[in-house]
Design a protein around this ligand. Structure first.
Ligand SMILES: Cc1ncc(COP(=O)(O)O)c(C=O)c1O
Length: 370
């Protein structure tokens, strides 16, 4: 039985009429950049994420870049990030000439360990950038308390965690600025690149809106150097048509995660840990495979036509482009171990129990040595 890692065709089949109609409306309007479709989607998103402002941007990466620019990150500044995340989280810091300062992760959730945060703060720390990896919010309350004591803004990378909750509050409620991605594979995915910045502070939201259009408050009058960080109307229309389904999709993901938890209980692999105070949205269902057997298991699954992927095989402090930061193996051992053990399994709302049983049986068979 073939089990893909993700099946976007299956999702499209359930919403085709609404999405196609929304796309047609934009085509009829011939307004493709910002405009009504983007504004309507921004208001829906602000309500969904319970934040005051929602600013549609061109990608999750640009959301992060624009957010860092909005809080004034400059060359020579430091920004604290976890070493185990998608590259963009630290890449945007370096693009502004600032230094990514890594703080190791919690072994259970793969998120920035708040117990290690304080020691990494220096007078040059301009922002703290925790990531809600795989769909579980980082320890935002604890991180927020430390940041507030030091007067440092927190920018939350919630690219993988739209709709997730931490102590009853959503991604978008905690941080000064929260960044989302609408990359097609995300829990809310567009038909191309897209992203969003959520803000609760009016002044910061205004700065993001200005930076999104080359730093202009008024067209062709530039107070600052910004970028072209605009969201397309076609993407906004697709995303607005999908948003009403998001809660049902999240519930379905959570059910499938519970099914995997049950089916993999005795399979000899580590299952994802969700803290009881978090509502995990399972962008990924990521297991740990101990003792150097991860790559062999991945090969076995691929041979059985079961999709799987390693998010992420190399911690950021070990990336070639960050060699100049002077790190070496052993600096962030929890992240390094995660990079060698993680394996993400097929996860999407349309996955059937039969498919999951097949995935689990194949894993258990391999781990038993079969
Ligand atoms: C944690 C994280 N941060 C940032 C990004 C960047 O988003 P995008 O691909 O939309 O630029 C992604 C997704 O790709 C992500 O998973």
């Amino acid at each position: 039985m073939k089990v893909p890692l993700l099946d976007l065709q299956a999702q499209y089949a359930t919403i085709r009429a609404d999405v196609d109609a929304a796309l047609r409306r934009v085509c009829e309007s011939q307004q493709f950049i910002l405009g009504k479709a983007v504004e309507a989607f921004e208001s829906q998103m602000a309500a969904y994420c319970r934040s005051r402002h929602a600013i549609g941007v061109s990608s999750g990466t640009d959301a992060l870049l624009c957010a860092l620019m909005a809080v004034g990150v400059r060359p020579g500044d430091e920004v604290i990030v976890p070493p185990f995340t998608f590259f963009a989280t630290a890449g945007v810091v370096a693009r502004l000439g600032a230094r990514p300062v890594f703080v190791d992760i919690e072994p259970q959730t793969f998120n920035l360990d708040p117990g290690r945060l304080e020691a990494a703060i220096t007078p040059r720390t301009r922002a703290i950038l925790p990531v809600d990896l795989f769909g579980q919010i980082a320890e935002m309350q604890a991180i927020g308390e430390i940041a507030a004591r030091r007067g440092i803004p927190v920018i939350e990378d919630a690219a993988q965690a739209i709709g997730a909750e931490h102590r009853g509050r959503r991604a978008g409620e905690y941080a000064a600025l929260t960044c989302l991605s609408f990359f097609p594979t995300k829990n809310l995915g567009g038909f191309g690149d897209g992203g969003m910045i959520l803000a609760n502070d009016d002044a910061l939201a205004g700065r993001c809106r200005m930076l999104r259009v080359h730093g202009a408050q008024r067209e062709y009058f530039h107070d600052e150097v910004g970028g072209n960080f605009r969201l397309d109307a076609l993407q906004a229309a697709v995303l607005a048509a999908k948003l009403p389904h998001l809660d049902a999709w999240i519930d379905a993901r959570r059910q499938r995660a519970a099914t995997y938890d049950e089916l993999l209980a005795d399979a000899g692999v580590g299952r994802p840990v969700a803290w009881p105070h978090n509502r995990h949205v399972y962008h990924q269902y990521t297991i740990r495979v101990p003792e150097g057997r991860r790559d062999a298991l991945a090969a076995r699954l691929k041979q059985a036509e079961i999709g799987c992927k390693v998010y992420y095989p190399l911690a950021l402090h070990e990336q070639g482009c960050f060699r100049s930061l002077g790190h070496r193996r052993g600096d962030f051992p929890v992240a390094e171990r995660a990079a060698s053990e993680v394996l993400s399994l097929p996860m999407y709302p349309e996955l059937t129990r039969e498919m999951q049983a097949h995935v689990a049986a194949t894993i258990a068979g391999f781990m038993r040595g079969g």
